[in-house]
Design a protein around this ligand. Structure first.
Ligand SMILES: [Zn+2]
Length: 404
């Protein structure tokens, strides 16, 4: 332990408690919960419907307070309900990993945890309190870090070191669909609409279409509102021996007029500033959620993989081009620059042609309507189907040529 303050509170429930009750998620009473500044530092009060195990710690770069509960239902709890008399600008909440839901408070100054505890009331509700006190940057850094098991680490599988053999047109093509965001990371939001939900709906519908058409096997990186770190999504695709990885998004752009679908491939140098910002924002969402990025690339860092990347990137380019054609034919329009590049972490599998599709911009009212319209989505899905079918044929033909 590097001076980490972690509280793991194992509660024993005395008396007769029904199993159902025990399994229920704790709910938050927003009226009696608040994040406020005191003279000495931040104070977080959360009134929970029942006591649950928790852990508290801080992280640096950016400075954050992380509170994990096992488990709290954050649905319906808005940041503005909690941020009362405080300098804090942002707080994120949502499911994190199996059995844990997380709250991340952006700290505006270095502070260390002075006290954290849970007080069970007479009606079996429980008041969670965390008190922070102002500290020097050095003291803050020394006290910060995730306790073991609290960071989302990348799953390692032995066979991940072997590059994936490219498809040759024999047998089904394995498509891994990656609905962007989820859990504590809702993605872009407009009113009640969350990018994470829109993309899950789209991916589930697309899966049905691909399976019905035949010739494809389909896996999703998430099938519900779960948080999945970017690196884990890549690992999941490799574990599934994916032939194609398709990440689905509908982000917001600050210039709200941008409209239409865009298709991205991986590049160290972004096509333009907006693309660069988009890629950075996705990485930042992981960081804010408390993902440990230190082991990035470890799993796949070897020379074989570099060789694989050289072969994979033209295949990904062709896939992206086919997607632009398919989407344009079925949707009629695309974003003014439909084919872009940026350093999206989720596209980094060296041996899987990986493409990220921004189906539209949630920041644009027209796109927002379209994304919620099943008819429009169907057209986009048929465009993607056409692209995948065309790509599979050309790609297999090239593979057979290369083998001769
Ligand atoms: Zn996104």
């Amino acid at each position: 332990m590097r001076g980490i303050f972690a509280t793991l509170c194992a509660l024993s429930f005395a008396g007769a408690i029904h199993a159902q009750e025990f399994n229920a998620l704790a709910r938050v009473d927003v009226e009696k919960s608040a994040i406020i500044d005191t003279e000495d530092g931040l104070k977080v009060d959360l009134l929970l419907s029942q006591p649950v195990p928790y852990r508290v710690f801080t992280l640096t770069d950016p400075a954050r307070l992380v509170i994990d509960f096992n488990e709290v239902d954050w649905s319906g709890v808005e940041a503005e309900d909690l941020l009362l008399d405080t300098q804090v600008q942002a707080v994120h909440m949502g499911p994190f990993s199996a059995g844990w839901s997380r709250m991340v408070v952006d700290l505006t100054s270095p502070q260390v945890i002075d006290l954290a505890g849970l007080k069970v009331g007479e009606t079996r509700d429980a008041l969670f309190t965390a008190l922070l006190k102002n500290a020097t940057p050095e003291a803050f850094a020394a006290a910060s870090g995730a306790p073991a098991g609290a960071a989302f680490s990348v799953p390692k599988a032995v066979d991940l070191a072997t590059p994936i053999r490219r498809q040759t047109g024999e047998g089904d093509v394995m498509i891994v669909l990656d609905p962007g965001h989820g859990g504590i990371d809702p993605g872009a939001e407009r009113g009640d609409v969350r990018e994470a939900d829109l993309m899950l709906t789209f991916a589930l519908e697309l899966k049905e279409i691909l399976l019905r058409e035949g010739g494809f096997q389909v896996q999703l990186t998430r099938e519900d509102d779960a948080f999945v770190p970017l690196e884990t999504r890549v690992t999941m695709a490799r574990a599934a021996r994916a032939d194609v990885f398709l990440s689905l998004h509908a982000d917001a752009l600050s210039e709200g007029r941008a409209t239409g679908a865009t298709v991205y491939t991986l590049s160290d140098t972004a096509s333009d500033e907006a693309s660069q910002k988009l890629a950075e924002r996705h990485d930042r969402a992981d960081l804010l959620a408390g993902v440990d990025l230190s082991q990035q690339d470890d799993v796949i860092a070897n020379i074989l993989m570099e060789l694989a990347r050289t072969e994979t990137s033209p295949r990904a380019d062709r896939l992206a081009d086919d997607l632009v054609i398919g989407l344009r034919e079925h949707l009629g329009t695309m974003y003014k620059k439909p084919r872009l590049e940026a350093g999206f972490s989720v596209l980094k599998a060296p041996d899987i042609p990986s493409v990220l599709v921004e189906l539209g911009f949630i920041s644009n009212p027209k796109d927002l309507d379209r994304l919620q319209d099943p008819e429009w989505r169907k057209k986009a899905q048929l465009g993607i189907l056409q692209a995948l079918q065309n790509w599979t044929v050309t790609d297999a033909a090239e593979a057979r040529l290369l083998r001769q």
